[in-house]
Structure formats: C-alpha cells, structure tokens
Design a protein around this ligand. Sequence first.
Ligand SMILES: Nc1ncnc2c1ncn2[C@@H]1O[C@H](COP(=O)(O)OS(=O)(=O)O)[C@@H](OP(=O)(O)O)[C@H]1O
Ligand SMILES: Nc1ncnc2c1ncn2[C@@H]1O[C@H](COP(=O)(O)OP(=O)(O)O)[C@@H](O)[C@H]1O
Length: 208
Amino acid sequence: MSTVANSTNIFWHECPVGKLDRQKLINQRGCVVWITGLSGSGKSTLACSLGRELHSRGNLSYILDGDNLRHGLNMDLGFKAEDRTENIRRVGEVSKLFADAGVICIASLISPYRKDRDACRAMLPDGSFIEVFMNMPLEVCEERDSKGLYKLARAGKIKGFTGIDDPYEPPLNCEIELQLDNGICPTPLAMAGQVASYLEDKGFLHYP
Ligand SMILES: Nc1ncnc2c1ncn2[C@@H]1O[C@H](COP(=O)(O)OS(=O)(=O)O)[C@@H](OP(=O)(O)O)[C@H]1O
Ligand SMILES: Nc1ncnc2c1ncn2[C@@H]1O[C@H](COP(=O)(O)OP(=O)(O)O)[C@@H](O)[C@H]1O
C-alpha cells in the first residue's frame, strides 16, 4: 500500500483553540504510550491496567488496541508485511491526534517492525512517544497461548505468525523495557505503576 501523499491543492487550517489550551483545561500533557511485543506478551493487559491506574489518578487516557482496531478502522488489513506497516502507520496517525487532543493515548500492537515504530515516533513531538517493550520470551507467550493461535501457527494452520514464521524486531532504544524478574512476570499492576511513574516524572500527568 502506498503511503505517498496523493492530495494536491490542500491547505492547513489553524483553529483558535490549540493543544496548550486543551492541556490546560484537562490538566495533563498529551502523549503516546506505545506498547510493543509478541502476541501473548501482555500488551492488552498492561494497557487496561495502565488505563485504570491513570483514571484513578484523575488522568484521561484512551486505548488503541491492535486486535480491537482490526474489527473496524483496520478491518481491510491482513498480516503481510505491507499490511502491518499500513496498520501501524494508521494507528500512529490516530494516536498523534489523541495526543494533540491532550489525551494520554495507550497504543498496544505487536508492531513487529522497527522502522514502522520509528516512523510513529517521528510523527510525535520530541519526548512524547514513549515506547514500552514487553520483553517476554517466546516460550512464555507460547505457554500462555490464551487465544490458541501459537498452536495453530505451529501446526501450519496460520502462516506468517509473529515469532514463529514472521519476524519481531525488538526496540533498540525504548523508554521502558518490561521483563521477567528472576523468571517471574511482574503483575500487571506493578508494570502499570512503573509506566505511570515514568509519566509522572516526565510531567505528563499535570499541566503546566
Ligand atoms: N499472523 C499473525 N501474526 C500475529 N498476530 C496475529 C496473526 N494473525 C492473527 N493475529 C492476531 O492479531 C493480533 C495482532 O494484531 P496487531 O494489529 O497488533 O498486529 S501488527 O502490529 O499489525 O503486527 C494478535 O493479537 P495479540 O495477541 O493481542 O497481540 C493476534 O490475536
Ligand atoms: N503480568 C502478567 N502476569 C501474568 N500473566 C499475564 C500478565 N499479563 C498478561 N498475562 C496473561 O497473558 C495472556 C496474554 O495477555 P494479553 O494481554 O492478551 O497479551 P497480548 O495483548 O500481548 O496478546 C492473558 O491470558 C493474560 O491474562
């Protein structure tokens, strides 16, 4: 799918109420928390836990979950490389709009290709794209297999499954890496607390 702009003779229209006004109104700074990792690594669970944690602190967030978006916005896309790239590009653009609205946007997608995640990072103002790597070993994800998809992929019934016969490129410079601690997975609440503390430290949870 081409990502070359096809529109011509178009103009940007500025509105009098801007991002700073919206941030002041809701007392927080818009940003994107981008959770990447294998299927079954715990992305959706962390997204929900973080959403709950932020809500309890009085902060407005919104979750863009890969699986859910494929029921609507991205229902025309499959899992071949160019479809995944277009999937990530669209969600990057949508998350940019949420951040511009002043919302803490939590995007949870496998987003297996580094260049696609980096392209989303480049869409956001410096510092406001927070990449969270769910660094769970494939064996842990496969053992969980909450949707039964690894079993189908191993049996050759799903082709091009991430981690099995399709690549996952781990981040090189993510803001937060979550992993096993002495072989034990931290609780979703603990992980959400770690991400929320990062957001607090960086000043996203209050304005100014
Ligand atoms: N071939 C293949 N590879 C990986 N995942 C697959 C595949 N086919 C279906 N699924 C299901 O789709 C969910 C991933 O969707 P994403 O939009 O996050 O994928 S991607 O970022 O475009 O790679 C993923 O959900 P999660 O388990 O929540 O990650 C799977 O349930
Ligand atoms: N921190 C965790 N500790 C233990 N189990 C977890 C944790 N996070 C998620 N899980 C479990 O792992 C499975 C996959 O989690 P999910 O959030 O759906 O992953 P993903 O969105 O990456 O596919 C679910 O059964 C979930 O309950």
